[in-house]
Design a protein around this ligand. Structure first.
Ligand code: K7E
Ligand code: CUA
Length: 672
């Protein structure tokens, strides 16, 4: 594989380089015939099996959270085993537990564009205390219909989703500051803002004049985690790609890579590649917050959704927000600067010391490393090269610390091991490259299969990385697994980085396309994991806490069934008096007070097929019967030896039929 790299490098530079980018997959293809691909035993550490073996009944050392990309979810894997522990639906409906299907959770997916149950999730980010992951929450971005979500790590459930106004393509998002003061979200696509929170109806010819981007500062309640959009900065109409928070000396700052500083509105693959340099934007978020607090922020009308899951009722509620505050860089001296960076950069990563800002420019031949202390000097000395929209642009050399020479092809993202090393993913040459922060020299390379995007080291983006493992997340799997037709799983690869040389340990398939991921020591999360919901504290308005309170009532053409489920029956299990065209709401309360005893509920013909109710919780399935007859319902989760018996019937009569509402379990009660 090493020889492959040398071959590409010899053949590549300059002209062939663009070709290599466009045809990345092709390159990988010839580099790895089935033989080489499947026989990479050569590249695998001899004791790899032992290194990833977690004996049956034993737990993994880390939780890792991999984004699902276009699948809109996150999946939780144990490391080092690569065991899939859970899929957390965020911006997507989830057939496994009814998220986004049952009546309680639907509102989580409301937006100003209506109900949007499928989005593109790229970046999970763990909450922080003193610059270290604290295991409380996990934030994630909705890329397409701009949203930021928060997952509660006591329940591994999405509890909050906030839409972002004045944004289009919420990609450089969500980046928490060292103490979760803010979660910061930048727009990828600039758009013509109508100054009412949306986009204006203008000709694309007006791109250069009318299009703008925005950076949103979401305040996070330190105790509860609740989010609130504090203010935005309206920034020049570039594309804002990725972000990273400073650390230590730079912890008041957040950095954004930009491309298309040419502000081309069409054929961006050419139009956005004209300038040799784009920018790394540096924003002093503390100063921005101060400006906003001191009255520099203006207000504009807006219209965006903020959805929260109520802790007591387990019902999601949407609130519509009608204003947003914004700052303009030209009004706020010292808040924002631009650092020239090689053409169309992608990742920006700040090392654990907070001094080095590493820009991975996918088209660049080197990896530039900028210096925070030099940046401070340059501010003092005003080493500027003009300005854009009132934002000073630094001279490249005044902020540059070093360039990592010949790192590989197509650098995308960098993480750190806390031992003085950086690791950069190379999309085109399909490898992880390890280099030293002390002298910026490459010290090791590990081929990965194939076309790696993000990489992740537990805590590798924090003050204190845990430099034991690295996970490479690959775009192309090809011959690595048994073929499954044209559609293949993406893959992750686990690499041991504890020693001098990287060692390949494990391949495991992922759920859809992982972009970024986060990992944390299990001991920071596992002890807080909720086992079941306390039935006594269930405040769902239609919960019933004992079987004798179960009921069926008619309110116009709505029939409300308040049902209980406990091993191994539902109450009631015989229902009559429903008519064709009624809306039947099954509010099912799981009476169990024991860990890991969910009950499912499904009724024949319901078009959101079923829901899954955790112990102590209430969930609602809506059913509009279209035909008369008798319809069975049943528990869909094999909960006991008599699970198959956990079933009932509901009778549906024609519209206007005289059959009265009645219900029973066992003995039939007289009609009400
Ligand atoms: Cu590089 Cu969306 Cu973070 Cu994917 S992004 S790889
Ligand atoms: Cu309850 Cu099966």
């Amino acid at each position: 594989m090493k020889s492959l790299f040398t071959t590409i490098k010899k053949a590549a530079p300059a002209a062939a380089f663009t070709l290599a980018l466009a045809g990345g997959a092709v390159l990988q293809g010839c580099s790895s015939g089935p033989g080489e691909g499947s026989a990479t035993a050569a590249g695998v550490a001899s004791d790899a099996a032992q290194a990833v073996y977690v004996a049956p009944g034993k737990h993994d050392e880390y939780y890792s959270f991999l984004s699902g990309g276009f699948n809109g979810q996150m999946s939780v894997y144990g490391l080092p085993s690569g065991r899939l522990l859970k899929i957390i639906p965020v911006f997507t409906q989830h057939g496994e537990n009814g998220y986004g299907y049952n009546e309680e959770s639907k509102a989580m997916l409301n937006t100003s564009h209506g109900f949007v149950p499928w989005d593109d999730l790229h970046h999970p980010k763990l909450s922080r205390t003193n610059g270290m992951t604290d295991g409380r929450w996990l934030f994630a971005n909705g890329n397409n219909t701009p949203r930021v979500a928060r997952v509660d790590l006591t329940t591994f459930e999405t509890v909050e989703i906030m839409e972002i106004p004045n944004s289009a393509g919420n990609h450089c998002s969500p980046y928490p500051t060292d103490n979760n003061e803010y979660v910061i979200a930048g727009t990828r696509f600039s758009v013509p803002l109508d100054m009412k929170g949306g986009t204006a109806d203008v000709s694309m010819d007006e791109y250069k004049d009318k299009f703008r981007g925005s950076i949103s500062f979401i305040k996070v309640d330190q105790e509860k985690g609740d989010m609130e959009l504090d203010f935005q900065i309206l920034v020049p109409g570039f594309d804002y790609d990725l972000a990273n928070g400073g650390k230590g000396p730079s912890s008041d700052w957040v950095f954004f890579t930009t491309y298309n500083t040419e502000r081309s509105g069409t054929l961006k693959e050419l139009g956005a590649s004209q300038n040799d340099r784009d920018y790394l934007a540096a924003v002093n978020w503390k100063l921005a917050a101060k400006y906003a607090a001191e009255g520099k922020a203006k207000e504009m009308p807006a219209y965006y959704y903020h959805n929260k899951m109520d802790k007591d009722t387990h019902i999601a509620k949407s609130t519509i927000k009608k204003t947003v505050r914004y700052l303009l860089p030209e009004d706020c001296p010292g808040m924002m600067y631009l650092i020239p960076a090689p053409k169309s950069p992608h990742g920006i990563d700040v090392d654990p010391s907070g001094e080095h800002m590493v820009v991975s420019g996918k088209l660049a031949a080197t990896i530039p490393v900028f210096s925070f202390s030099k940046m401070q000097e340059a501010i003092k000395n005003k080493s500027f090269d003009g300005e854009i929209n009132g934002i000073p642009v630094f001279k490249y050399e005044s902020v540059l610390k070093a360039e990592v020479p010949e790192p590989g092809l197509g650098p995308l993202h960098t993480e750190f091991d806390g031992k003085g090393n950086a690791y950069t993913s190379m999309f085109v040459s399909s490898e992880i490259v390890k280099w030293k922060l002390s002298d910026f020299t490459v010290v090791d390379r590990m081929p990965v299969y194939y076309s790696v995007g993000h990489l992740m080291i537990p805590g590798g983006d924090t003050h204190t990385p845990d430099g034991k493992y690295l996970v490479a997340m690959n775009k192309i799997t090809k011959d690595r697994y048994l073929p499954t037709g044209p559609e293949l799983a993406h893959s992750a690869q686990l690499i041991d980085i504890s020693g001098e040389k990287m060692r390949m340990l494990l391949d495991f398939p992922t759920v859809a396309e992982p972009h970024y991921a986060q990992a944390i020591k299990a001991e920071k999360v596992a002890p807080n994991s909720v086992k079941f919901y306390d039935l006594a504290k269930n405040k769902h308005p239609h919960a019933v806490k004992k079987e004798s309170d179960a009921s069926v009532t008619r309110e116009g053409n709505v029939v409300r069934v308040k049902m209980t489920a406990i091993r191994s029956h539902m109450t009631p299990d015989n229902i009559e008096g429903v008519q064709v065209g009624d809306t039947v709401l099954f509010h099912v309360t799981n009476l169990e007070q024991d860990w890991d005893v969910p009950h499912g509920f499904a009724v024949m013909g319901a078009n959101t097929a079923e829901t899954l109710i955790m112990p102590g919780a209430t969930q609602t399935l809506r059913w509009v019967p279209k035909k008369a007859g008798v319809f069975p319902f049943y528990c869909t989760d094999f909960c006991s030896a008599l699970h198959q018996e956990m079933q009932g019937y509901i009778r549906v009569s024609p519209k206007g039929s005289p059959v009265p509402i009645s219900f029973s379990t066992g003995k039939k009660k007289p009609a009400a």
